[in-house]
Write a protein that binds this ligand. Structure first.
Ligand code: PEP
Length: 263
């Protein structure tokens, strides 16, 4: 279903009216985690002012340590909905448990399945059946074939509104949090008709790498990028070292617009 063999035209997925696909390069930005109404609104205003058309923000945070901030849950979803009402930006937010899919989908414009759940087949089937677009991150140790098969689990439930997101993979390298697999962009686009975006924030894990990795992603033909921003990264409860501040995001957006679209 997700293969390009039977569907040669590349697909566009509409998220609350915002297209992600071959004719555009979509900027998604927002806080890694929803922390407070003020922080989320400020991050969304930064995103919108820089030209982002979708707001990201996690209310459910799958953290490596069980002692780290796990997100605000439904209270975070309510904050996102309020910020959407205020800014007009549709929301992309993660769901980590099949039991929460209905609840998260009642707030979200696009459901995010994160790297740690990329082969959680029960979750993939649940998001496939809920009737909302899905952003599927690549598993940090998944081959491209495994990633596309994960997408197939969603598609099999009748949902072809899937956006693939390359977010870096595990390699021997320790200088970056993950290694951005730039080649995954054209490879996945050739194998699948689904849009492919890149997360330069979670791949590098470092603010100074976000712009160069964005350039690499766009040059490779990515259909968009998803970027962490925070009004006060030093106070962030999650992934502050990779969050951009206002001026950085504007610069990134300006640079993105300099690349001519790839055919
Ligand atoms: C995220 O985007 O908030 C996130 C946790 O990303 P990943 O699943 O790629 O680590």
């Amino acid at each position: 279903l997700v293969s390009r063999d039977n569907h040669p035209e590349r697909s566009t997925v509409s998220v609350g009216g915002v297209p992600i696909g071959p004719d555009t390069v979509t900027l998604i930005a927002g806080p890694c985690a929803v922390e407070t109404p003020q922080q989320t609104l400020e991050a969304a205003q930064m995103a919108k002012a820089a030209g982002a058309t979708l707001l990201r923000g996690g209310a459910y945070k799958p953290r490596t340590s069980p002692y780290a901030f796990q997100g605000l849950g439904e209270a975070g979803l309510r904050i996102l909905a309020d910020v959407r009402a205020e800014t007009g930006l549709p929301i992309v937010t993660e769901v980590v448990d099949a039991h929460d899919v209905e609840l998260v989908a009642s707030y979200a414009d696009m459901l995010q399945v994160g790297t740690r759940n990329a082969q959680n087949f029960a979750l993939l089937q649940a998001v496939g059946g809920i009737g909302k677009p899905v952003m599927l991150k690549r598993g940090m140790s998944a081959t491209i074939e495994e990633w596309l098969m994960a997408a197939e689990y969603i598609a099999q439930r009748g949902n072809l509104d899937i956006v693939l997101c390359e977010r870096g993979i595990r390699t021997f390298e320790t200088a970056t949090r993950n290694t951005l697999d730039v080649s995954a962009v054209p490879v996945a686009q050739r194998l699948s008709h689904l849009p492919v975006i890149v997360d330069p924030s979670h791949s590098g894990g470092r603010r100074d790498l976000v712009l160069p990795l964005t350039r690499a992603a766009i040059a490779a033909g990515a259909d968009g990028v998803i970027i962490d921003v925070h009004p006060h990264p030093e106070q962030a409860l999650c992934d502050g070292p990779q969050a951009l501040v206002d001026g950085d995001l504007r610069e990134l957006s300006r640079v993105m617009r300099q690349f001519p679209p790839l055919l």
